[in-house]
Design a protein around this ligand. Structure first.
Ligand SMILES: *Cc1c(COP(=O)(O)O)cnc(C)c1O
Length: 302
C-alpha cells in the first residue's frame, strides 16, 4: 500500500508493542501465566487502541485528499482527545461534536481543554440531536450544522470497519504468544478486530465496562461490516462493569492501586482496572485450566 511519507513518519512509530510476563501469585497459584500486552506504549501521544483504530482512518483521510476530520464524543472522551492529537500531528483540522449543549459557554474540563489546545474546534449539541446521528441523513445534517461539511467522518469511539482492521493487527502480534487474550470493551470494536487477527485455537475474551448486555450483537454487526461475517473466536465476561461506565467503587480503586504498585504499571481506571480485576476473579474461580497463558491488553494509561 502506498502511504504518504508524512504519515509513516509522524503517525506510525513502532508496533509491535511490548509483551511482558508478570509474576503474580494470584495467577501463579492457579497455574496461569499472566502477560501484559503494553499497547499503552504503542505511541507517545495516541496510546493503545485509539492509535490502532485511528491510524487506518487517518491514512484513508489523507489518501482521499481530506484536510479535515470530524468526530463525536462525550465530555471525557479518550477518542476525542486522540483525534485532536492526531490532527495536530498530521496538520489536519479537526472538529469535535460533543454530547451535551449545556456544556457550551462553560469553562472546558481538562479533557476538552486538551482537545482545544490541540486545535480541535468543539461543537456542542443536545443529547437528543447527538443520538440522531445513528441515522445517516441526520448525521450529514449534524456535520453540516457543525460547519464540517465534506470532512472525513470518524464515528463515535472510532469503531468502523477500518478501525477493526487496525485492531486485527494487534491480534496478529499476539499469535503464538497466549491461549486467551483479554481486553476491556466500550464499543467492542477493539475486541471485534483483535479476535479476527488471532490464530485458530486462540480465544479473545472481552470485559464490557458498561452495563447493559447489548455488546455481543454490536460486535457481530461490527465484524459483519469489516470482515463480511463472524471472525475468530471470542466470548464476553459481562459481570465486571462495577455499576457502569466510569464507576470506580473503593474496592476496585484499591485493587488497581495495589496492582500498579506490585507490577510498576500505571493502571488506567475506567477500562484497564476492570479488565485486570475480572481476570483475577475468573482465575480464582478456576475459569482457566492450569497451564493457560493469559494475555491482558493494556489499552491505555491514566
Ligand atoms: C476507548 C478505550 C477502550 C474501549 O475500546 P472499544 O474499542 O470502544 O471497545 C478500552 N480501553 C481504553 C483505555 C480506551 O480508551
Amino acid at each position: 500500500m502506498n502511504r504518504p511519507p508524512s504519515l509513516d513518519a509522524r503517525l506510525e512509530p513502532r508496533p509491535p508493542s511490548p509483551l511482558q510476563e508478570v509474576r503474580d501469585e494470584r495467577f501463579a497459584a492457579r497455574g496461569v501465566r499472566l502477560l501484559l500486552k503494553r499497547d499503552d506504549l504503542v505511541h507517545p501521544e495516541l496510546p493503545g487502541n485509539k492509535w490502532r483504530k485511528l491510524a487506518p482512518n487517518l491514512r484513508a483521510a489523507l489518501e482521499g485528499g481530506h484536510d479535515r476530520l470530524v468526530t463525536f464524543g462525550g465530555a471525557y472522551s479518550n477518542h476525542l482527545r486522540a483525534t485532536a492529537a492526531a490532527g495536530r500531528l498530521l496538520g489536519l483540522r479537526t472538529v469535535g461534536i460533543v454530547r451535551g449543549d449545556e456544556l457550551a459557554g462553560r469553562p472546558l474540563n481538562d479533557s476538552l481543554a486538551r482537545c482545544a489546545a490541540d486545535g480541535m474546534r468543539l461543537h456542542f449539541v443536545s443529547r437528543s440531536d447527538y443520538r440522531r446521528k445513528a441515522e445517516p441523513r441526520e448525521l450529514a445534517r449534524l456535520v453540516d450544522s457543525a460547519g464540517a461539511g465534506g470532512a472525513y467522518v470518524v464515528p463515535e469511539g472510532g469503531s468502523n470497519a477500518l478501525a477493526l482492521h487496525g485492531c486485527a493487527e494487534l491480534g496478529r502480534e499476539l499469535r503464538g504468544a497466549a491461549d486467551v487474550v483479554a481486553v476491556a470493551c466500550g464499543t467492542g470494536g477493539t475486541l471485534a478486530g483483535l479476535a479476527a487477527g488471532l490464530a485458530p485455537g486462540q480465544r479473545a475474551l472481552g470485559v464490557p465496562v458498561l452495563a447493559g448486555g447489548f455488546l455481543a450483537a454490536e460486535i457481530r454487526s461490527l465484524q459483519a461490516a469489516a470482515f463480511g461475517g463472524p471472525a475468530g473466536s471470542w466470548t464476553l465476561a459481562e459481570d465486571f462493569h462495577h455499576g457502569g461506565y466510569a464507576r470506580v467503587p473503593d474496592a476496585l480503586e484499591a485493587f488497581a492501586a495495589d496492582f500498579g504498585s506490585r507490577h510498576g504499571l500505571p493502571v488506567e481506571r475506567i477500562y484497564v482496572a476492570k479488565l485486570l480485576w475480572a481476570l483475577a476473579e475468573l482465575t480464582a474461580s478456576g475459569a482457566f485450566p492450569r497451564g493457560t497463558a493469559l494475555a491482558a491488553v493494556v489499552t491505555g494509561r491514566p
